[in-house]
Design a protein around this ligand. Structure first.
Ligand SMILES: [Zn+2]
Length: 377
């Protein structure tokens, strides 16, 4: 209880002290401390606060929203109820889900969407839980590989869903927004279908950037769009063909980046110039994890490499873990955090704990930031 109070105080200090600080950019998104909007490894349902991570976990059979303080390594259900055992639906941290819902943070609240497309929210301390609304059933698709964010009171979504047309499989991509409260109408930004297509995006101060990627005879035709949140105007910025598709769209200043399995792309918005970098010999299934000025890429269970965006290699070698056997863990990147790469390690052995490690991309030195309780987290 004492620890939780400490953590909650820390969250509030972070929220209020952070106004005016420059946020950092993560693998799959953008962090704006003034709005407390954060996306952190969305496909696993992690959200980032200034020095902590929120995620959904089954812990001793209970399904709770967990807060991990990355400075102290402490973790706990996001619940401030006195004497709560965090094991029933009276607990603030309880979410009745079997897998991670996507977590979004906006305007000092945590938002999530259940499988009935219902949007809920609560304060960052777990109190004041609210049902916000049922999202547009024609347009909203819970697609963890797309984008779902809240900005200026509207939900923006880029999603892909599979369907059948004339007996053939097709993909349908939808980019749209709708208000998170009230009865305001949805606005379609892009909607299209093809035999194989995919969309993902990112949001910045005043624009939504998204790509539409269509595959035809092993070639990907990629279109990069921008949609102005202010004017509602959509512009095609660039289109090109590539041997591979890209994911994890991010924007830093005037540059848009996307991660591929064999490299990355840089797009200079002002110059309307695109550069596609290929890492020599890169063939495996590991996507690059992008930071402001460098990226890293797994090369095996225990090794990785780190590059500057001009292609210069900064490090290639082993992750020097501190007592964690990487061979016994699934390693999922969470993104960059204060210049270090964070990985979530899921331990495959019965009764062993999961952990979060940070790795220095310049020398492979790793540190355990948090270790879950034995027997499931
Ligand atoms: Zn509780």
């Amino acid at each position: 209880m004492k620890n939780l109070t400490k953590v909650l105080i820390l969250i509030f200090v972070m929220v209020f002290a952070s106004a005016g600080c420059k946020g950092n950019t993560n693998k799959q998104g953008h962090y704006d401390p003034d709005e407390q909007y954060a996306v952190f490894m969305r496909s696993r349902g992690f959200a980032q606060t200034l020095n902590g991570i929120l995620y959904f976990a089954e812990r001793k059979g209970n399904r709770n929203l967990i807060y991990v303080d990355l400075d102290s390594g402490e973790s706990m259900p996001l619940c401030a109820r006195p004497e709560c055992l965090h094991n029933d639906d009276k607990c603030d941290a309880y979410l009745n889900y079997f897998e991670s819902p996507e977590l979004m943070i906006w305007n000092k609240r945590i938002f999530w969407i259940n499988f009935g497309n219902e949007l809920y929210s609560m304060r960052l301390d777990g109190t004041d839980r609210r049902f916000e609304k049922r999202l547009d059933k024609e347009l909203f698709v819970n697609d963890k590989f797309g984008l779902t964010v809240i900005k200026n009171g509207r939900l923006y979504s880029c999603s892909t869903i599979g369907s059948i047309k004339n007996g053939e499989p097709i993909s349908i991509c939808t980019v749209y927004s709708e208000p998170i409260s009230g009865n305001g109408s949805s606005e379609i930004i892009y909607r299209g279908e093809a035999s194989w297509m995919y969309t993902t995006g990112t949001i910045s101060e005043d624009s939504l950037f998204f790509t539409i990627q269509k595959k035809e005879s092993d070639v990907y035709h990629i279109e990069l769009y921008t949609f102005s949140l202010e004017t509602g105007k959509t512009d095609l910025l660039y289109e090109w063909s590539s041997a591979e598709s890209y994911q994890d769209l991010s924007k830093e200043n005037d540059t848009i980046r996307m991660s591929g399995k064999r490299g990355w792309i840089n797009y200079e918005i002002g110059k309307r110039e695109l550069t596609e970098y290929k890492i020599p010999g890169a063939e495996n299934d590991s996507y690059c994890i992008l930071d402001n000025d460098r990226c890293v890429r797994s090369t095996s269970t225990t090794t990785f490499s780190c590059f500057l965006y001009n292609g210069a290699l900064l490090y290639e070698g082993r992750i020097k873990t501190d007592g964690v056997d990487l061979e016994k863990n699934g390693r999922s990147p969470l993104g960059f955090y204060n210049g270090k790469v964070l990985y979530y390690l899921s331990n495959w052995e019965e009764g062993e704990a999961d952990s979060i490690i940070s790795v220095d991309p310049l020398n492979g030195e790793a540190k355990v930031l948090w270790r879950g309780e034995n027997g499931g987290n």
